[in-house]
Design a protein around this ligand. Structure first.
Ligand code: NAP
Length: 340
């Protein structure tokens, strides 16, 4: 049994992690923590858990985490995670961080988008970007996983075959993505009130969303050259789910070739347990992925352009499901353990 802690368990991602790990046959949940003022049984915070787990949730204490855990999931806001990671790694613990703190390799870009200077450059290079479909071999050995953001997960998975196999003009990528409100976390903010969101639909952070550099970093690595994207996120009046529609121009060389793009995707993701490639005439829908760790992808192959449409649950494949997928890889468990 692996002793596992969750720091940030009262948030959306932390609560989801708790649910998944409670049904994991190889996990003993040994430590729960959040920012709360006084220690409180988790079954009091989430009454639906009464009879399932009676651990007390308390303010995080490094000493206690180190004594009680082999691996820690940090489901904390960015800038908070990097306060914990150095001490945990020094104590030889493994860490899966769901925040953005260890995703961007360039600290200048981190400071530009997250408005603070990075405090743990030492471990930034060591962190493995936790997208199993691309980095599985590195995840296995990792001490520190930078679990990807929700938009980056669905967008990178949508574009990886096209970029890696040089099928499209990388300068032509336009991403139009829509997310449910849980993507913003459980914190209180006027702009996320029911009355502000219900029966409305809008774009936000146009051209300045903090996930843009993460998407560009990973696509550039895959394509072996600098790639910039146009990314416009939208807020859906739904609790969870992301749908991304992505447009790109075909590479001139490809236009004359008869290459079946759907088969190309099927080959690229042949062994992937959580990627489902749709038939050309069936567009993915949120209903099919919400509550699952799947990413559904469809490809529309036009004479000059490609349109990729993909969906995930932002709290599962976009956060906690993917984090447990990484955990399973790190410990050699079946990758879908507790996820299906
Ligand atoms: N929501 C998503 O769809 C999603 C997707 C991918 C990645 N992520 C990332 O995952 C992380 C968690 O997201 P979330 O949506 O679950 O956020 P959230 O709902 O706001 O939860 C944040 C959690 O962190 C705790 N916390 C905050 N500051 C703390 C501190 N100083 N010490 C200890 N605990 C502290 C909070 O405790 P209290 O409740 O006591 O304040 C809460 O448990 C974020 O970095 C986010 O960017 C989220």
């Amino acid at each position: 049994m692996i002793n596992v802690g969750i720091v940030g368990v009262t948030g959306f991602a932390g609560e989801e992690l708790l649910d998944i790990l409670l049904r994991h046959p190889e996990v003993r949940i040994s430590y729960l923590s959040a920012k709360i003022d006084k220690p409180t049984p988790i079954s009091q915070i989430f009454p639906r858990l009464k009879g399932k787990i009676d651990l007390v949730c308390k303010k995080p204490e490094i000493k206690e985490i180190v004594n009680q855990c082999d691996l820690v999931f940090l489901a904390l806001p960015h800038t908070v995670s990097m306060e914990f990671v150095p001490a945990l790694l020094r104590a030889k613990k493994r860490v899966i961080d769901l925040s953005a703190d260890y995703r961007l390799k360039d600290t200048k870009v981190y400071a530009q988008f997250y408005k603070v200077n990075h405090k743990d450059k030492l471990h930034l290079n060591e962190a493995v970007y936790g997208l199993p479909e691309i980095y599985r071999h590195r995840i296995k050995q990792a001490r520190l996983i930078a679990n990807p953001g929700c938009y980056p997960t669905v967008i990178i998975l949508s574009l990886a075959p096209l970029v890696a196999l040089e099928v499209i003009d990388p300068a032509s990528i336009i991403i139009d993505a829509k997310s449910g409100v849980s993507g913003a976390g459980r914190r209180l903010a006027e702009s996320f009130l029911f009355t502000e969101i219900n029966e409305d639909f809008k774009a936000y952070k146009v051209g300045v969303h903090q996930h843009t550099p993460e998407i560009e970093q990973e696509l550039s690595r895959l394509g072996g050259k600098k790639i910039k994207v146009t990314f416009v996120p939208h807020l859906l009046p739904l609790t969870r789910g992301i749908l991304a529609t992505i447009y790109a121009r075909k590479d001139k060389k490809l236009k004359n070739k008869s290459q079946n793009l759907i088969n190309l995707y099927r080959r690229f993701y042949k062994k992937e347990p959580f990627i489902r490639i749709r038939q050309e005439d069936i567009s993915p829908r949120l209903r099919d992925v919400v509550g699952t760790n799947f990413c559904d992808i469809s490809i529309k192959d036009n004479p000059d352009t490609v349109i990729v449409i993909a969906t995930i649950d932002n709290l599962l494949k976009g956060a906690s499901g993917q984090a447990v997928q990484n955990f399973n890889i790190m410990y050699g468990f079946r990758e879908d353990t507790a996820l299906v």
